[in-house]
Write a protein that binds this ligand. Structure first.
Ligand SMILES: [Zn+2]
Length: 279
């Protein structure tokens, strides 16, 4: 049979099959289509889950490698500055190609270590995720850390999802990174009067037991912007700020975030004693 013969033969066969098909076949086709879509979705999701886990380790290894090369580059004593600056630019580009994905993927602050050298060259990135202290130096002391503790009111052993920063009533509370005010809650229980701010890279911060709120929902805030004042609203036994950091919806220990910005900037000031600290 030639080409036309074959086509006509199959067309006839298909038309005959269509005539024979009862009305219910439309529903069957739809069910089959839905089944195919579900199967495809399952594979896409499964693939997504597996790829989002694998590259975190890969990216971390790569970031550590680039970070170390960058550190070596910065302390290099080679006389050829063109080669050194060219290599530095290449390393910065390689880091910048991956850093957004990396910051979205990391589950906590332990992964930031590999970025410390990069952050010394690009410290402005620290404004976009929690890296500053939400209270003024000298106003507070950490009265309760993150993790399992005996609850101050019930006495039961319970996980504390943030840190408590004891401070006098009315002391200013600042946003620890730039972001958008996601939620303002006024409650007599739990966190009492509190603010939740959404930041870049899947970070959120929560400021609890406030006496006053000085921002509104949907408002954009800068890092260090005044957002409220210390109080003792909700389940609280004294004036303090309950400070929480959530990464990809999960509460993490905020302690290592408190020194992050200070560490980077202190290092920069030490490197340039004639500089006033501003980059
Ligand atoms: Zn607390």
């Amino acid at each position: 049979m030639n080409y036309f013969g074959t086509t006509t033969f199959w067309l006839k066969k298909m038309r005959a099959a269509n005539r024979k098909r009862p009305a219910v076949s439309g529903k069957k086709n739809l069910a089959y289509l839905l089944f195919l879509i579900l199967i495809s979705l399952f594979y896409v999701l499964r693939h997504d889950i597996s790829v989002s886990r694998e590259p975190l380790l890969d990216t971390q290894t790569a970031m550590e490698g680039y970070g170390e090369s960058l550190r070596m580059n910065m302390v290099s004593i080679l006389p050829d500055t063109t080669v050194i600056s060219k290599e530095r630019e290449q390393l910065l580009t390689a880091i910048e190609e991956r850093i957004v994905t990396y910051l979205y993927q990391i589950p906590d602050y332990s992964y930031i270590n590999s970025l410390k050298t990069y952050l010394r060259l690009r410290p402005e990135l620290l404004e976009q995720f929690p890296s500053a202290v939400p209270l003024e130096k000298g106003d507070y002391f950490v009265s309760s850390s993150y993790g399992i503790r005996s609850h101050p009111i019930s006495g039961k052993s319970k996980k504390h999802f943030g840190i408590d920063m004891a401070a006098p009533l009315g002391k200013p509370v600042y946003a620890s990174a730039s972001g958008i005010v996601l939620d303002i809650v006024r409650s007599k229980k739990g966190y009492g009067t509190h603010i939740i701010i959404k930041h870049r890279f899947g970070f959120r911060t929560l400021y609890g037991h406030l006496s006053k709120i000085l921002v509104s929902e949907g408002q954009n805030v800068e890092q260090h912007e005044l957002i409220g004042t210390v109080g003792s609203t909700g389940s609280s036994t004294g004036h303090h700020l309950h400070y929480e950091i959530l990464k990809n919806e999960i509460q993490i220990d905020p302690m290592s975030s408190l020194d992050l910005k200070k560490t980077i900037y202190t290092h920069l000031i030490e490197l340039k004693p004639d500089n006033d600290g501003r980059e």
